[in-house]
Write a protein that binds this ligand. Structure first.
Ligand SMILES: Cc1ncc(C[n+]2csc(CCOP(=O)(O)OP(=O)(O)O)c2C)c(N)n1
Ligand SMILES: [Mg+2]
Length: 327
């Protein structure tokens, strides 16, 4: 497939920039977390970038995304401010949620980011609600619910898929099957061979896609999103991929084979695959990509410096942002 026929140079650069930003953000957090300065739990998304960006590149600010406890990648892909995210993870007042949410509660409604979520599977009902609102208000918006292989076994995800189908909601369910729910292998815990096979039971199409391949995700999710936008109802897309770090930072990962992650990094990495593909197709050059790498590195460095220097919320701040007033 000729890359240039599918996506223009600007879009490809933007796709690469978002994937590289996620990778750099997560690799940096991995190092910074080890210093003990970051409060709370952090779950890193490195390795899964093609899923977030291949999906969210189809969306705009009027579209909604619900993410998971592993939400940094989806937030960056959806355009949430990187400085605000870093500050949020450091628990600072300058964070997108004023330092009161942290890694697992980053949200930015102005970008259609409904939020990271510590409750596994909880994005399903949120996206159904957002999609119902979009449908009734005729905004043309769609909702994307990211969830993991572990969440795929939660009743609330089944209920959401059923409701989305019954109400023909503009929703895409993106099941990110990274092979593990905490330390439990999905080959053991997911009863059907594929999560996508369950779609039939909810009256919607189910698709399986290689999550190491940005272009495959972009194409498969693109079809699902246009079906949703055109009134065709929901789709379940299962993205098969892997995470590079532990379930959470500090996880000893004794459940993984020695060398498993290195092999993935060497042989399947989505950024490397992207680069090979666009360079071979002569749409982008390695120097185009190295220029993006340098910009992204500077951005992440700056975000860490600013986050560390920013003030913590005060005791008075505890009483703000507690309730939302509806007009
Ligand atoms: C309702 C609920 N049950 C259990 C947990 C504990 N928990 C946190 S993450 C996780 C595993 C989730 O696995 P998966 O959905 O595959 O996502 P991944 O971590 O692989 O991205 C579990 C069981 C929780 N946070 N919420
Ligand atoms: Mg998982």
């Amino acid at each position: 497939m000729a890359v240039s026929n599918q996506l223009g140079k600007e879009t490809l650069i933007e796709a690469y920039r978002r994937m590289r930003t996620i990778r750099e953000f997560e690799e940096r957090l991995h190092t910074e977390f080890a210093t003990g300065e970051i409060p709370g739990f952090v779950h890193l998304y490195a390795g899964e970038e093609a899923s977030a960006v291949g999906t969210i590149l189809h969306l705009n600010d009027a579209d909604y995304v619900a993410t998971t406890h592993r939400g940094h990648g989806h937030c960056i892909a959806k355009g949430v401010d990187v400085h605000g995210m870093m500050a949020e993870i450091y628990g600072r007042k300058t964070g997108v949620c004023h330092g009161k949410g942290g890694s697992m509660h980053i949200a930015d409604l102005s970008k259609g980011m409904l939020g990271a979520n510590g409750i596994v599977g909880a994005g399903g009902p949120l996206v159904c609600g957002a999609a119902l609102a979009a449908k009734l208000k005729k905004t043309g918006g769609v909702g994307v619910c990211f969830f993991g292989d572990g969440a795929s076994n939660q009743g609330v995800i089944f209920e959401s898929m059923n409701l989305a189908s019954v109400w023909r909601l503009p929703v895409v369910f993106v099941a990110e099957n990274n092979g593990y729910a905490e330390a439990t292998s999905s080959t053991w815990s997911v009863a059907s061979d594929n999560i996508a096979d369950r779609a039939n039971g909810f009256g919607m199409p189910g698709v399986i896609v290689d999550g190491f391949d940005f272009f495959a995700v972009h194409e498969a999710v693109g079809e699902a999103i246009s079906r949703a936008r055109n009134g065709g109802g929901p789709t379940l897309v299962e993205v098969k991929l892997s995470r590079y770090f532990g379930h959470f930072e500090g996880d000893a990962q004794t459940y993984r084979a020695p060398g498993e992650v290195q092999k993935l990094r060497d042989e399947k990495d989505c950024l490397k695959r992207f680069e090979e593909r666009v360079v071979r197709a002569e749409v982008l050059t390695t120097s185009d990509l190295r220029a993006v790498d340098a910009e992204v590195k500077a951005l992440i460095d700056d975000s860490v410096v600013k986050a560390k220097a920013a003030p913590l919320p005060t005791a008075d701040d505890l009483l703000t942002d507690v309730y939302v007033s509806y007009p």
